[in-house]
Design a binder for this molecule. Sequence first.
Ligand SMILES: NC(=O)c1ccc[n+]([C@@H]2O[C@H](COP(=O)([O-])OP(=O)(O)OC[C@H]3O[C@@H](n4cnc5c(N)ncnc54)[C@H](OP(=O)(O)O)[C@@H]3O)[C@@H](O)[C@H]2O)c1
Length: 184
Amino acid sequence: MKKIKHNKFPIVTVAAISDDFIIGDGNKLLWHLPNDLKRLKNITLGNPIIMGRKTYDSIGKPLPGRANIILTNKNSNKDDLKTDKFFVKDFEKAILKANKWIDKNFDKVQKQSKQIFIFGGGEIYKLALDYCIKIELTVVNVKCLNGVYFPTINQQDWGKKLIQKVEGNEKYPSHSFWTYLRKK
Ligand SMILES: NC(=O)c1ccc[n+]([C@@H]2O[C@H](COP(=O)([O-])OP(=O)(O)OC[C@H]3O[C@@H](n4cnc5c(N)ncnc54)[C@H](OP(=O)(O)O)[C@@H]3O)[C@@H](O)[C@H]2O)c1
């Protein structure tokens, strides 16, 4: 596992993938799963989330109760302290910004449970996965065939645990929640 110097918190990927490892079409998600959105909120609330500029654009606004740290090469974006929205130019800066935000907003006890979440999309998962100790993964039982891929998970590096299976219905496909923990 790779490490970022001076980082004090676990880095965790949170993602939803199709059976064929696709996360979206490049602009948006390819499903609407209210359950998954609730779980995503529960897991990430009170923590920093790091995302690519395209994912941020697709959401369209900062998610409340979290530091929204957005990776971009562009110079034109401005931080907004009111909504905890920050733009950074590389992954290391994103992690250090997340550390700074946690240090500023939480006391010693609260800090013990803080995690830094990798929120997507494809480019950001790819550059961050080697730094992650955990993956909170939703597997959606659809085949998308085309789109943006989640990076390959080398199964021998991870132990995986099924958290919950959800049957599909006329509104949404079946899906399951998994936690992957890095073995080495
Ligand atoms: N299923 C899920 O869990 C999930 C989660 C999140 C997103 N998604 C989906 O993923 C898709 C978007 O993914 P994507 O791969 O196309 O884009 P992305 O990863 O969201 O964003 C890519 C952008 O991030 C910036 N970037 C990437 N690497 C950088 C680096 N090293 N330094 C600075 N900036 C960097 C660049 O922004 P600039 O162009 O501004 O320089 C780049 O264009 C959408 O369909 C979205 O809905 C799915």
